[in-house]
Ligand binder design. Structure first.
Ligand SMILES: Cc1cc2nc3c(=O)[nH]c(=O)nc-3n(C[C@H](O)[C@H](O)[C@H](O)COP(=O)(O)OP(=O)(O)OC[C@H]3O[C@@H](n4cnc5c(N)ncnc54)[C@H](O)[C@@H]3O)c2cc1C
Length: 449
């Protein structure tokens, strides 16, 4: 048996379903996909992170007697060139994004493929309600999976010991520059391994449920990027969290969060149209004002918490969950801009960008999704910043020109602008007016269903 092991979003050696299914002679490969890379900007931080992770994977594979051939090409070209070497099959992991499905269909025309859902705990096609239809609401979905989350440990995959490396050119490695990218500085937590992040989290998990909303603190696990690129599997995260010496309630709460990731993947699998269409089918008359969208993207809306979140995002490629909730609510409700615009903007920069979680969360915020926030529950960004960043620590760190402004003014609509010595954008929209406008429009759209 001669197999190609195509690593894509599963850049690890431990608990790898692909490696566990490998047999005899193997050629592990990674492709820097020109079709994807050409759409990214040259300073995309994710490419730097993936590049570093691929080199680490190469080293890990060498440690077990294998290696990694690294290509800079399109998958079709790579597999056409490998075809002549007579491979029996390709083993790879599954993604439910439209691009990935199309790509894999093309590759299957060239060489036989076996795919594994190795990035999620649940195999979505195996799980439905009693009436055989898929779940659409998180809580019953989660409850129905108690047989998983009540268990102490999930079975991990083992790598066979007798795999043989196929002779190949493993030495030619494209540089970031050759691929047209510049090495980027990454947030500090991305220089740590998943195990180091779990160790850090073990020191703060006892406060997780309360601290996870306080965005100026580092109260969460920071594991989303590692999970996204498969540097650790969700099964390993599950097992390691279960083993921590920490209050059971906090561990359970964390595991539940992990299942939101499962839920959104499940929804995208069962409802692929939700990638581009409102899940609940309502038709909103979005305003889609391009100038307002630009102000939101650049962090110039005149609302300090929105501006700080977006500026921080533009600088770092990361954003705290609570801030994602606040900016997505503001965009889809206060500005009445289509969630797909925000989703795309996040997709262009977010280090932990995961199509299923991003689409699902944006639809949640826009009240168009599976199990969304009710449309009349619109965040007031000023109340949110007053509640979660009373001393304006985060806001002042990101927008230093506000450092001498009284905190109370930062949490009051028009407060910053009332200080004539500070040059700060005017609010692009009134919060209460735009809130009422959104409720009216969503009420109209929902009554049409
Ligand atoms: C508008 C919007 C867009 C988002 N886009 C993404 C995205 O592209 N990729 C992504 O991984 N998460 C996304 N999230 C969810 C969440 O913000 C991130 O998972 C979280 O901030 C990552 O930080 P952490 O690893 O420290 O989280 P922790 O609080 O430590 O959570 C642990 C893990 O649980 C999962 N998780 C937690 N909350 C959610 C959630 N609401 N939905 C799905 N999974 C969750 C993540 O895998 C996370 O790593 C989005 C949320 C919103 C509101």
């Amino acid at each position: 048996m001669k197999q190609i092991l195509w690593f894509r979003r599963d850049l690890r050696v431990n608990d790898s379903e692909i490696l566990a299914n490998a047999k005899d002679e193997v050629l592990p490969i990674f492709i820097f996909d020109k079709d994807i890379l050409e759409k990214l900007s040259k300073d995309d931080k994710r490419v730097t992170f993936i590049y570093q992770s691929v080199l680490k994977l190469k080293k890990e594979l060498k440690d077990i007697g294998l290696d990694l051939a690294i290509f800079y090409s399109t998958p079709v070209e790579v597999f056409k060139s490998l075809q002549k070497d007579g491979f029996d099959e390709v083993l790879a992991s599954i993604d439910y994004e439209q691009y990935s499905i199309r790509r894999d269909n093309q590759i299957e025309q060239i060489v036989s493929m076996r795919r594994f859902l190795d990035s999620f705990i649940l195999k979505p096609h195996t799980h439905t309600k009693k009436d055989k239809t898929p779940y659409k609401v998180f809580t019953p979905f989660y409850k129905s999976l108690n047989y998983i989350w009540e268990s102490e440990a999930l079975q991990e995959f083992e790598t066979p010991k007798n795999l043989k490396k196929i002779e190949f050119d493993y030495e030619t490695i494209p540089t970031l520059e050759e691929m047209g990218f510049e090495k980027q500085g990454l947030p500090e937590f991305l220089n740590k391994s998943a195990d180091e992040l779990i160790f850090d989290f073990s020191q703060k998990i006892s406060d997780y449920q309360e601290a996870r909303d306080v965005f100026y603190k580092d109260g969460t696990s920071n594991l989303a990027v590692h999970l996204r690129f498969g540097l650790i599997s969700p099964r390993q995260v599950f097992n390691k969290i279960k083993k921590l010496r920490a209050p059971q309630g906090q561990k359970d709460f964390y595991i539940r969060e992990l299942f939101w990731r499962e839920f959104y993947n499940y929804i995208l699998f069962h409802f692929p149209k939700s990638e581009t269409q409102n899940f609940n089918g309502i038709k909103i008359n979005w305003r889609n004002d391009e100038n307002e969208f630009k102000a939101w993207c650049e962090g110039n809306t005149g609302v300090p918490i929105i501006d700080a979140s977006m500026r921080y995002f533009n600088q770092t490629g990361t954003m705290h969950n609570r801030l994602r909730m606040i900016v997505s609510s503001y965009l889809t409700k206060n500005l009445l801009i289509d969630w797909k615009w925000g989703e795309r903007y996040f997709a262009s920069k977010l280090l932990d960008y995961e199509a299923s979680s991003n689409i699902g969360s944006w639809q949640w915020a826009a009240s168009t999704g599976a199990d969304s926030v009710p449309y009349f529950r619109i965040f007031n960004p000023y109340l949110q910043s007053a509640k979660f960043d009373k001393e304006a620590i985060f806001i002042k760190k990101v927008i230093p020109q506000l450092k001498d402004i009284e905190n109370k003014l930062i949490h009051t609509e028009g407060g910053v602008q009332s200080n004539l010595f500070v040059d700060y954008p005017l609010s692009i929209v009134s919060i209460s007016y735009s809130r009422d406008r959104a409720i009216k429009e969503f009420k109209r759209a929902n009554s049409k269903e």
